[in-house]
Ligand binder design. Structure first.
Ligand code: IVH
Length: 685
């Protein structure tokens, strides 16, 4: 689709016909089938294009054009509800400049002059769910409706009644006789994930995103089905009311609603002026991934009701509110190829090579398809137009393909029979979702190189200056196995391309430094499958020496914190495998030494007594392993993963999925400063 406007009315007419057809089709998928095939950003573009052509050729606007209708056609199965006051939509701002213009317009209209920085604004998450109107008479819920086209919605009373947090009867004093409350019904992320997981296990239809899940659930004909969906609701406005009074501002009305029994969003805030609005947007953006619900922006509302009515509305949107959007996290692009990457454990990861696309704030040209099972379930093919999702710092992934745009003749993607790197047979075990190269780290170059990169990485032996590029250069010649790193000389390094004498000496110096390491780091570095940093540390402390660990039986291994049957078998298997055992022996030959492990330091307190603690993210005052040792000294157990058993998560900077999971499970979370303060207070008491 081109951005330039058509030159003739004929050209415009045919483009309009095509756009209208497409948009109608997407509307149907979105509103009626609850199964959209394209991301919102793409839909918005089609709509904007339609509007642009229509405003250049106003004679061609027809009453049936999708541009003339906002929202959905109410579906016949549900009764219709005419909203007493229309349910408005919001104008969008996609940049700070657009938001500034919004403030400027308000300041001009209200003739605020320089005082506009004192304007009180309610800043709230723009929840990604479905808008509802709830009508109460004498405090009793009598009607629930969707927004529909803003004027008329569908009667979904039977369904909203099943949502646990929607009050059926209000409490407290001074209730208006009639009260219409508006809000967003949404599916919290945790509930969405759990629901989709179960649906996939049963081979049932999964939802594309939480918003769709909420909208689809509300439009079930059988309320028993809705009742099974994990839905929640936050109130965000009052619509129509009779015989009663409300506080004079939005923020205080929200507090009043809370007293009457409505859930309201805990992350909303009252701020003053443009700068505070920008700061709110940024701060919420940083928390976006870890919020328990999905959002796509921030809604700013002029707080004072008198000012709101002075500002009024334009067509379907109020002048006193605006939605500032975050960059779209989902976009469309095409798959130019599908490659297989071989990881350190031989796992084959399919990676989609994409036509570059701007999504989630960056340009993406590769996206993971995770593993063969997922690839085949999603049935992604070369040539497909796909939805790419990049949320926060998470690696971009391919969500789905657009069936309407699949090229004819596109072939199903099959698992390669041989490793694309070493040619060894590829094997897929039934109990794993991934397929693996059977070549092993000695034979397969990819496994070897990835293993070496892991070995020198920061949390393993932490060899500064020995980065991925250098490893690639060394792996074919000077370094075949990790032990060879310790046999390198400065002369050999200086002979490499792009390597000066000084840097060669620096690299050798840091290799020397890391020759003296700890058993915990060593065990993590050698890359035993399923043994992460924490388990490695637990093994080291439990057994105290490499010899003792190598001599351990399965039962003894099972006695270590965090070690279950799978891990125990992996540890035994690693040392039994002659190739892998030789790599370990060779490291000792090459002169790697361990400091004696702190082992059982003798408990010094009980701050964490009986608690299972997980550490995540980057800590600034100490290393994560040191913080872990501290937790243990103070009576706690340290685990590598969040589960129902976790008592506490200590989250450093850039904490990601563990933080989210902890919040979803309601696990206590401390940031680094809380952790330090508590430990300090405990040790000095
Ligand atoms: S206020 C006139 N507040 O955004 C103001 N809407 O594009 C109307 N939404 O249909 C809505 N979070 O579904 C408001 N905190 C919030 C919201 C919010 C999400 C949705 C709502 C509405 C759409 C408007």
């Amino acid at each position: 689709m081109t951005d330039t406007l058509p030159e003739s009315a004929e050209a415009a007419e045919s483009q309009l016909a095509e756009l209208r057809e497409q948009i109608d089709q997407h509307n149907h998928r979105y509103y009626v089938l609850d199964e959209p095939s394209i991301p919102d950003a793409e839909y918005d573009r089609l709509m904007r294009r339609l509007q642009a052509i229509e405003s250049a050729f106003p004679d061609l606007v027809t009453p049936e054009s999708p541009s003339q209708r906002v929202g959905a056609n109410p579906v016949s199965e549900f009764g219709q509800v005419t909203h007493t006051l229309p349910m408005l939509s919001l104008d969008n701002a996609f940049s700070d400049e657009e938001m500034l213009k919004f403030f400027q317009r308000i300041a001009d209209r209200l003739k605020l002059g320089a005082q506009h920085d004192e304007l009180k604004i309610s800043a709230e998450p723009k929840l990604d769910g479905a808008a509802v109107s709830l009508v109460y008479e004498s405090g009793v819920l009598i009607q629930g409706a969707t927004r529909g086209d803003g004027a008329t919605g569908e009667d979904i009373t039977h369904n909203v009644r099943t949502i646990p947090t929607v009050p059926l009867r209000l409490r407290g004093a001074n209730l208006p006789r009639v009260l219409e409350v508006r809000g967003e019904v949404f599916m919290p992320k945790a509930g969405f994930d759990a629901f989709n997981k179960k649906a996939a296990e049963r081979g049932e239809k999964t939802f594309v995103n939480p918003r769709n899940a909420a909208a689809g659930s509300l439009r079930q004909l059988d309320p028993r089905l809705t009742a099974k969906r994990p839905l929640d609701m936050y109130a965000y406005a009052v619509g129509h009311y009779e015989d009663g009074a409300l506080p004079p501002s939005h923020y205080h009305t929200m507090l009043q609603l809370r007293e009457w029994g409505f859930p309201t969003c805990p992350d909303a805030a009252l701020v003053q002026g443009v700068e505070a609005c920008k700061a709110y947007f940024k701060a919420l953006g940083n928390r976006r991934e870890s919020l328990p619900y999905e959002i796509d922006g921030v809604v700013y509302k002029v707080d004072d009701y008198e000012l709101q009515s002075a500002l009024g509305k334009v067509s379907r949107a109020p002048r006193w509110a605006i939605a500032r959007k975050y960059p779209a996290q989902e976009e469309l692009t095409t798959v130019e190829g599908i490659d297989w990457q071989v990881g350190r454990t031989g796992a084959l990861t399919p990676v989609a090579r994409l036509h570059p696309v701007f999504v989630g704030g960056v340009t993406v040209s590769n996206a993971t398809l995770h593993n063969i099972e997922e690839l085949q379930r999603k049935d992604i093919r070369v040539g497909d137009t796909v939805v790419i999702r990049r949320a926060g710092d998470v690696i971009p992934e391919v969500v789905s393909f657009v069936p309407e745009r699949r090229p004819r003749g596109a072939v199903r993607t099959e698992l390669p029979k041989q490793c694309p790197v070493c040619g060894s047979p590829v094997k897929k075990f039934a109990d794993e979702a991934v397929a693996r190269c059977t070549g092993g780290p000695v034979f397969c170059r990819a496994q070897r190189v990835e293993g070496l990169k892991h070995f020198v990485s920061r949390r393993a032996l932490d060899i500064e200056g020995l980065g991925s590029k250098l490893i690639e250069q060394l792996a074919d010649d000077l370094v075949e196995k990790p032990g060879d790193i310790f046999r390198l000389t400065a002369d050999q390094l200086a002979g490499l391309e792009r390597m000066g004498e000084k840097s060669a000496q620096n690299v050798i110096a840091s290799i020397e430094e890391s020759r003296h390491t700890t058993l915990g780091r060593f065990l993590f570095a050698i890359g035993i499958r399923e043994v992460g940093e924490t388990t490695a540390q637990n093994l080291a402390e439990h057994f105290g020496s490499l010899e003792a660990l190598r001599a351990a039986t399965e039962d003894q291994l099972l006695g270590v914190d965090d070690v279950g049957e799978i891990v125990a078998k992996r540890v035994l298997g690693h040392f039994k495998d002659p190739d892998l055992a030789r790599v370990v022996d060779d490291l000792i030959d090459a002169g790697v030494q361990f400091e004696s492990e702190p082992g059982d330091l003798g408990a010094t307190g009980d701050l964490f007594e009986g608690m299972t603690v997980v550490l995540t993210g980057t800590l600034t005052a100490m290393k994560r392993s040191e913080a872990g040792a501290l937790v243990k000294r103070l009576g706690g157990k340290v685990s590598g993963s969040i589960s129902g058993k976790t008592s506490l998560l200590i989250a450093g900077e850039k904490a990601g999925s563990k933080l989210q999971k902890a919040q979803n499970l309601g696990v206590d979370v401390w940031d680094e400063s809380q952790f330090l303060k508590r430990v300090d207070a405990f040790l000095t008491k």
